[in-house]
Design a protein around this ligand. Structure first.
Ligand code: AMP
Ligand code: MG
Length: 410
């Protein structure tokens, strides 16, 4: 069977992603959530003309001015002033009626009740005008955006106490394999510790989903069938690691196929992570990820994370492809798109020394996945390399299409 291109597999997978309801949240609690509605400003901002500096509010002129009152932040001067008068003002203080500029403290001299200057201020200086930042009704965010801390700060500043967001998807996680044992238990010959469950739990949480179930399954078809039947009505996404190849003890592909009446795709043209099986049962998507730790990690990043993001309503479900100076020579690539676990530093990107799909060392201090297009020629140290950034803003375009766009720059 021909291997499916990554973007085609993603297209099929994300075509199944329907968001699962909206909820209104307090702004304080909305970190990481995806907006289900556009947000408009309920008010002009700043709310009033206010001072950006400490000094005196006056009508532009040469002075001197008679100081008749004070406007501090939160304690406005209620009257109005004429051309000969000034109000002592502090940063954030409301500019009184009759004033049109701020004479800054550093440029003036106070002499009893009078204030004088050698540098008369121009009209409008150091005043933050009502509505100069945002007009009432202005669109401030669009639906599909993920809320970051700075977004919440701005929304709170506008007095918005609630936001309408998509519900977080519910995810069930299963590691599988007779040899896989929980961390903390005594290892017998041939056994390995369950590292994938830990990765998946953390990665699912980081992607913005709720974990509703975590379990381990033996290489036993009946046990797999039963576990899946129990969970599909409650989960939006089921992630399984291991058992998805074609060995005698691999039951996940056939179990998904039987449960769902066929697979959406199986085997993707990538390395590591080729045997990825996707299927859908009712409203629940099931993804079988290959069990080698680096395969689980890479296939999660390429498929499971975008699916969680799409189920969360995000308009930008994909990791972003960027360019960095490759700090090492890379040998010619094979026929599949390859993802090298790598570290980023100011100078560029360095692949981890070992790149086997079972190498745990390739998972340590990883910031990036270097993207090696299929059949890429050998590259030299110093050449620009595309990589998927494991942090930072996401992208609306699938990885291979991002590469098509970027490759002219290399
Ligand atoms: P599989 O995908 O089941 O063929 O497993 C491929 C390799 O990954 C085998 O060497 C497994 O022992 C290993 N493996 C499978 N599941 C896990 C897991 N949860 N944690 C660590 N290694 C695993
Ligand atoms: Mg196995």
């Amino acid at each position: 069977m021909a291997l499916m291109p990554i973007d085609e597999a993603l297209r099929r997978l994300l075509a199944q992603a329907t968001t699962t309801g909206v909820e209104t949240l307090r702004t304080e609690e909305a970190l990481g959530r995806v907006l289900a509605r556009d947000v408009t400003s309920p008010t002009a901002y700043p709310f009033e003309d206010n001072s950006a500096m400490d000094g005196y509010a006056v009508l532009a002129g040469t002075g001197p001015w008679d100081v008749v009152g004070e406007s501090a932040a939160g304690a406005p001067f209620e009257g109005s002033i004429n051309a000969d008068q000034a109000v002592r003002i502090f940063t954030g203080g409301v500019v009184p009626k009759g004033a049109n500029t701020i004479l800054i403290q550093e440029n003036c001299e106070r002499d009893g009740a009078l204030v004088k200057t050698g540098q008369p201020p121009q009209a409008g200086r150091h005043i933050r005008r009502l509505g100069s930042d945002l007009e009432a009704g202005a669109q401030v965010m669009v639906q599909g955006s993920s809320l970051r801390g700075s977004d919440l700060s701005a929304l709170a500043g506008l007095g918005l106490g609630q936001v309408t967001c998509h519900r977080r998807p519910r995810v069930a996680i299963f590691s599988t394999g007779d040899e896989v044992i929980p961390l903390g238990s005594k290892r017998q010959k041939g056994q390995v510790y369950d590292s994938n469950a830990l990765f998946l739990r953390h990665a699912v949480q980081q992607s913005g989903a709720d974990i509703i179930h975590v379990d381990h399954l033996a290489d036993d078809r009946a046990q797999v069938d039963q576990a899946l039947r129990q969970v599909i009505d409650h989960a939006d996404l089921v992630l399984l690691s291991g058992g998805v190849s074609v060995g005698d003890h691999d039951h996940i592909g056939s179990a998904l196929s039987a449960l769902c009446g066929g697979l959406n795709f199986y085997k993707v043209c990538m390395k590591p992570g080729k045997p990825v099986a996707a299927a859908k049962a009712g409203g629940c998507t099931l993804l079988g990820l290959p069990g080698n730790p680096a395969s689980t990690m890479v296939s999660f990043e390429l498929f499971a994370r975008p699916m969680i993001k799409a189920l969360s309503g995000s308009a930008t479900p994909h990791r972003t492809l960027r360019l960095a100076r490759g700090l090492e020579r890379l040998k010619a690539a094979g026929t599949r798109v390859e993802f090298l676990r790598a570290e980023l530093c100011v100078e560029g990107v360095t692949p981890k020394a070992r790149q086997g799909s079972g190498d745990l060392s390739s998972l340590l201090t990883v910031d990036a996945l270097i993207y090696r297009p299929a059949n890429a020629a050998e590259t030299s140290a110093g050449d620009l390399q595309p990589y998927l950034a494991l942090e930072g803003p996401d992208c609306g375009t699938a990885p291979e299409a991002q590469w098509d766009h970027l490759k002219s720059q290399v």
